[in-house]
Design a protein around this ligand. Structure first.
Ligand SMILES: [Zn+2]
Ligand SMILES: [Zn+2]
Length: 416
């Protein structure tokens, strides 16, 4: 399942379970808590001293299609057609260690257990214990477990054994960017190309989500099926945005485009119009079969255009459907860093492109990221949290994500 499909289910389960007063705390564990891009089964942990009531409530959830097992502290059900959800009810003294244990990842936990053994401890889902005396050292909270092992608490999104344990040991964990720090959505389509909303409808939705700005980035003309814009229609759209901005208070619509990168790396619209835009996303939408050298050169040429702000969905992969195109990302990142061009984290549920690993690599090259939902309808803007999930899994801090800037600072930064 895509993370984007799982998060609403989690919200539903949590809301329903919380109405039972035997539920003192409830959290997803496993890969869902780590915000992995795809999730297999869903693990739910509940803190309670009255487990039977919790299990009873769990199996009676409205969308349960089948109860596979029902014990005194555990249960497994199927929700809808085939989502398996496992519930574990945990007593207070073990809640932190259970949450830690069931959150994983496996590689992260193996390393933690090794550290525990070296310190003369034993770590499992029930707690952290002294190996000799069996005395309980920690377990009530995750923080207590990590602390007893000499580590700072580690954000779940980082728990992949990608250096986070070493960083926690040395007190140099990143301060991950947060959802509420994102002030705008930097990739929005409208009716002008293949979206379903008007510019104003998209702006209204963004305001209702508490955002301060959006960038309208419709397709350019070579995307014929998507009614891509030529220069004349783009100029018309820009005029409409100017008019709309006069009416909006405390909100700004940025003039942008998702300009096609053609096979030779040139752009689908002339510099004479790109230079008048606030935000230029340049993307590849065709010719995916070219070899790595061609693809890399194509993208690097686009990066060298003076008006490109960011590269849209840089690898072109569609989760569970299309592999990334052949690209030497290292060379692309080098060129982007040198030119001051950003990479997008496209937050559309089946894209998440750059992914976590590549976002981390881009950051290490000194590249800033822009997050865009690629919304083709107003409610798609709710996918912003998926982009933030990728950013967090990629170790990004607020300063690595341009969407954390207020609009005036953003525009200043974009003038390069
Ligand atoms: Zn695109
Ligand atoms: Zn797009």
């Amino acid at each position: 399942f895509l993370l984007g499909a799982i998060l609403p289910v989690i919200d539903e389960i949590v809301a329903y379970m919380k109405e039972c007063d035997a539920v003192l705390r409830i959290e997803p564990a496993g890969s869902a808590r780590r915000r992995k891009e795809t999730v297999g089964d869903l693990d739910i942990l509940v803190l309670s001293t009255r487990p039977e009531e919790v299990v009873e409530r769990f199996v009676s959830m409205p969308r349960v299609s089948r109860v596979i097992s029902q014990g005194t502290t555990r249960s497994t059900v199927i929700i809808g057609a085939n989502l398996q959800v496992d519930l574990r009810v945990i007593p207070p003294e073990s809640y932190g260690s259970a949450l830690q244990y069931f959150t994983g990842s496996k590689a992260h936990n193996i390393k933690l257990r090794t550290i525990a053994v070296k310190k003369g401890y034993k770590l499992n889902e029930y707690g952290l214990f002294d190996r000799e005396t069996g005395e309980r050292i920690a377990g009530e909270t995750e923080e207590s477990v990590y602390k007893a092992l000499g580590l700072e608490w580690i954000e779940p999104e980082l728990r992949e054994d990608r250096g986070e344990i070493e960083a926690a040991m040395e007190g140099r964990l990143p301060r991950l960017v947060r959802e509420e720090e994102i002030r705008g959505d930097l990739h929005i389509h409208t009716k002008w190309s293949d979206g379903t909303g008007t510019i104003e409808e998209m702006a209204q939705k963004a305001m209702s989500l508490g955002l301060e700005y959006i960038a309208i980035c419709d397709h350019s003309k070579s995307m014929g099926i998507a009614r891509g814009l030529d220069e004349a229609r783009l100029r018309k759209q820009m005029a409409e945005i100017d008019k709309l901005n006069e009416r909006l208070e405390g909100f700004r619509v940025l003039k942008g485009i998702e300009v096609d990168i053609k096979a030779d790396g040139s752009l689908d619209l002339p510099d004479s119009v790109l230079k008048d835009l606030d935000f230029v996303v340049a993307s590849i939408h065709s010719g995916f079969k070219a070899d790595e050298r061609q693809m890399t050169e194509r993208m690097i040429r686009a990066i060298h255009n003076d008006y490109v702000s960011t590269i849209g969905h840089p690898t072109g992969r569609i989760i569970l459907r299309r592999r990334p195109y052949a690209l030497n990302l290292d060379k692309v990142f080098e060129a982007a860093a040198e030119q001051g061009v950003m990479m997008e984290i496209n937050a559309f549920p089946n894209r998440l492109d750059l992914n976590d690993v590549n976002a981390k690599a881009a950051k290490e090259h000194g590249i800033m990221m822009s997050i865009g939902t690629d919304a083709h309808a107003p409610n798609h803007m709710e996918f912003l949290n998926l982009g933030v999930a990728v950013a967090r899994r990629g170790w990004l801090e607020p300063g690595d994500v341009i969407n954390t800037l207020p609009v005036d600072e953003l525009l200043r930064k974009l003038e390069r």
